[in-house]
Each structure stands twice: as C-alpha cells, then as structure tokens.
Ligand binder design. Structure first.
Ligand SMILES: Cc1cc2nc3c(=O)[nH]c(=O)nc-3n(C[C@H](O)[C@H](O)[C@H](O)COP(=O)(O)O)c2cc1C
Length: 190
C-alpha cells in the first residue's frame, strides 16, 4: 500500500500509447501504478501499439482486472494520489458522469471524485457533439480535469511520440509529478 500510488486506466479510445507512456513515466518517477484496462482498451492497445496486454501489464506495479469490483482501488479507504484515464473513451467518460459504474475502471473513477482526489480524463474523440460537451462540463463541475490529448504546437513536436509525451507530461503535472520529458514554455534544457 502506497500513498503515492496512481491509478492508471486505459479505455478503448484511440491513443492507447498515452496510457503506456503514463506507466513508463510513473516508473521513471518512482510512482507506484495501479493499472485497469477495459476490454476495448485491450483491443486498441493491440491494434495501435502492437504490445500484448502482458507487456503492458509488466509496466505497472499492480494490475487489476476490469471486472474486479472488489479490488483495493474500488474503495476510497485505499490511499492513492488520484487517477488518470489515458485515453478516455466517450463511453467511459459518460459512465463516470452518470455514476453508473459497471466496472472497476469507472468505479475507481467515481471513488476518486467522491474522495476529492484528482481525476484526469484524457478524452479522445473528434468532433464533439453537444452531448459530449455537456458531459465534459458536468464532469468538470464534479471536479474532474478534462485533458484531451491535443498537440502542444508550441513545443514543436516532430514525432507522434513527442505529442504523446507532452500530453502525458502535462497530465501528470496535475498530480504534482514533473516528468523529465515534459517541455515547458520559457524553459531551455541544458
Ligand atoms: C481502433 C478503435 C478506435 C476507437 N477510438 C475511439 C475514440 O477515439 N474515442 C471513443 O470514444 N471511442 C473510440 N472507440 C470506440 C470504443 O472503443 C467503444 O466505444 C468502446 O465501447 C469503449 O469501451 P470502454 O469505454 O469500456 O473502453 C474506438 C474503437 C476502436 C476499435
């Protein structure tokens, strides 16, 4: 049990690499990770990254089955610093907004909100319809941080990896985690 642990969710939106890099960044930073991958997330991981679920699981400290609603992170009594869902599908986002938590992924997110811990949702869809926008507004009102993985053009990304790392780095900033790969405006690295 670590008070410094972070729950990392990977749902079935495009951008599975975001979750993978989040796990790798946390390992670099010495932050314990609790990984929850939805069924659709496992599909997009294989489709987009070519990594097997076992390879991704190996990047986490603790792996929870998405159906295991009795896992430690299903309870607010288990101390973690917060949760990030990277990427976050519209389906998962919508489930969290309603409080209808049918899996450990969305239950853990609901718990994170009720405990007033940071919840970062890297929602990936485009374009958004009004329902998506209203749901994101509702979640922001509930305390979630909506952080779509948009390119930070000012950082002059050259590769998709650059875009992914910057998006993940800025999302980790929410938890007070400063990752070395994060580019910061006005800061020149030696
Ligand atoms: C290759 C692929 C890419 C997808 N991309 C997105 C996406 O960017 N955003 C989204 O909301 N859903 C996307 N979906 C659909 C979700 O996977 C689908 O809605 C699924 O039910 C989400 O389940 P989950 O929220 O439990 O992971 C994609 C599906 C596939 C197969």
């Amino acid at each position: 049990m670590s008070e410094r642990g972070l729950i990392v969710g990977i749902s079935g939106a495009s951008g599975a690499a975001l979750g993978v890099r989040c796990l790798e960044a946390c390992r670099e930073l010495g932050v314990e990770t609790h990984l929850i991958v939805s069924k659709a997330g496992a599909l997009t991981l294989a489709e987009e990254t070519g990594l097997s679920l076992a390879e991704v699981n190996a990047k986490a400290d603790v792996v929870h089955k998405v159906a295991d609603i009795a896992a430690c992170v299903a309870s607010g009594s288990y101390p973690v610093r917060g949760m990030i869902i990277a990427p976050c599908s519209v389906r998962t986002m919508s489930e969290i907004a309603t409080g209808v938590t049918s899996s450990l992924l969305t239950r853990a997110a609901d718990v994170t909100l009720k405990e007033r811990r940071p919840l970062v949702l890297m929602v990936r869809e485009t374009p958004f319809h009004l329902g998506h926008l209203r749901t994101m507004t509702q979640l922001a009102e509930m305390g979630a941080v909506i952080a779509p993985p948009l390119p930070a053009f000012y950082a002059k990304p050259k590769t998709i990896d650059d875009i992914v790392d910057q998006a993940v780095g800025r999302a980790l900033d929410v938890f007070g985690l400063s990752w070395s790969a994060t580019k910061r405006w006005g800061v020149t690295k030696a």
